[in-house]
Design a protein around this ligand. Structure first.
Ligand SMILES: CC[C@@H](C(=O)O)C(=O)SCCNC(=O)CCNC(=O)[C@H](O)C(C)(C)COP(=O)(O)OP(=O)(O)OC[C@H]1O[C@@H](n2cnc3c(N)ncnc32)[C@H](O)[C@@H]1OP(=O)(O)O
Ligand SMILES: [Co+2]
Length: 132
């Protein structure tokens, strides 16, 4: 069911410093910062030839990444995002297979519906599914 790896997300304590590392040290093409109030994060995307890196900073008081950052004050890999053809079919399949879907589909950073799956059901890795 899953297709391409859309992005690898990294939570960082300082988005500007992390963006500079990717731009200046690694020589990558980086996007502008974008606040995502519906998701409680600010994003910067790094374009690679075969996938993307999503840098995530905390936005607002109820950010879903706040706990992760407390446990990992230097930041770290937070989730993997795989593409799926249809988000509702994917959600129904996950529920049928007993995987925990975290909330309802929302529009993600690329204007497409996304859902999140509990890390305990996927080898300790938080999974995002994005409609292709
Ligand atoms: C910009 C939009 C979008 C896009 O289009 O790309 C995004 O990417 S938004 C990204 C941010 N949004 C989300 O992450 C939404 C889904 N996440 C959540 O609902 C929560 O983060 C969570 C997964 C429920 C975790 O919440 P948290 O408060 O950090 O922790 P808990 O105490 O509930 O954790 C339970 C358990 O799971 C472990 N854990 C938590 N996060 C991760 C993680 N990222 N990877 C691996 N494991 C994780 C945590 O350590 C706990 O383990 P135990 O201590 O063993 O119980
Ligand atoms: Co993401």
């Amino acid at each position: 069911m899953i297709g391409r790896l859309n992005h690898v997300a990294i939570v960082v304590p300082d988005l500007k410093a992390a963006t500079d590392v990717y731009r200046s040290t690694l020589g990558a093409k980086v996007s502008a910062e974008e606040d995502q109030p519906e998701h409680g994060v600010t994003t910067v995307f790094i374009e690679l030839p075969n996938t993307k890196i999503e840098l995530l900073g905390v936005y607002g008081d109820n950010s879903p990444i706040a706990g992760f950052l407390e446990r990992n004050p230097n930041g770290g890999i937070h989730h993997l995002c795989y593409e799926v053809p249809n988000i509702e079919e994917a959600r129904d399949r996950m529920v049928k297979r007993g995987a925990r879907v975290l909330g309802e589909p929302k529009i993600g950073a690329h204007g497409k519906p996304v859902i999140f799956l509990h890390p305990k059901d996927f080898c300790g890795t938080l999974v995002e599914l994005e409609e292709a």
